[in-house]
Design a protein. Sequence first.
Length: 321
Amino acid sequence: MSGMSLKGRRLKGAGQARNGEEEQSGPAPWGERGERAGRKDSEPGSSAASRPQNGSSSSSSMGIPPSLRSCLSLLSVLQTIEPAVVNAGHDNAQPDSPVSLLTSLNELGERQLVTVVRWAKAIPGFRDLHVDDQMTVIQLSWMNVMVFALGWRSYTLTNSNMLYFAPDLVFNDQRMQVSSMYDHCVRMKVLSQQLCLLKVTQEEFLCMKALVLFSIMPVEGLKSQRHFDELRTSYIKELDRLASHHGETTRTQRLFQLTQLLDYLQAIVKKLHQFTYDLFIEAQALQTRVNFPEMISEIVSVHVPKILSGMVKPILFHNTA
């Protein structure tokens, strides 16, 4: 592995091409293979799959001050840039095993990582962060974003009865048992069940998912920390506005429930980070045949250890002490 390519050209290349054209200079940008896989494996039935993947231009043109301009415009942008569902490439004709299921999850993560980069770069206000901070935020929050999106798919597509990782990779209880990550699956299913129990709306989900991007940071801070904080505050205010749709009397309770769910997401991902890193070390030592694709390998080997060592902190809404 030649250096930390996630910190340079490759991460930049995973975003949208400038002015609709692919960058031509230098080696293939990071995520190019994943982008091809994402286009190939996008679920045709997804509304996002049938629309142009150019949400960044409309979002970046908004400028996005702390008020996030028009709330309707913001939600419209978030809806437009929501990624298409991608397939994992899992062979369901083969018998399930821990190796096959975990390898397929890693392949899915590789493909979803590219969509997360594209999506993040199109989030209103995100490109105003220092470019190094943009990379850092994505590198630290990718799993949080993926797990939260998984909870939403599982809620909307299976009524939270199963884990809908991808159209070709759905976990029922038996698969959860076989996967060797049963406890993690149970926690992710609980997340989905809470989304279902609270009857979280699509607008709330879109706002919460954007907020997830701004819910973890290095202990030492960011280069554009002030703007990061302003963006986080703006999305919290937007979530509060959406919570008020349930009536002023229940507004505070609704916001408490939604932010409590985001804190629970942090607890889930913390354990998943440890599981993923331990599995990666086993794979490197050839103690397991689980495969880790290139981009996932780079993030797990370089950035997950920072999270596990305490160099990175989740930003919680509620005091859990």
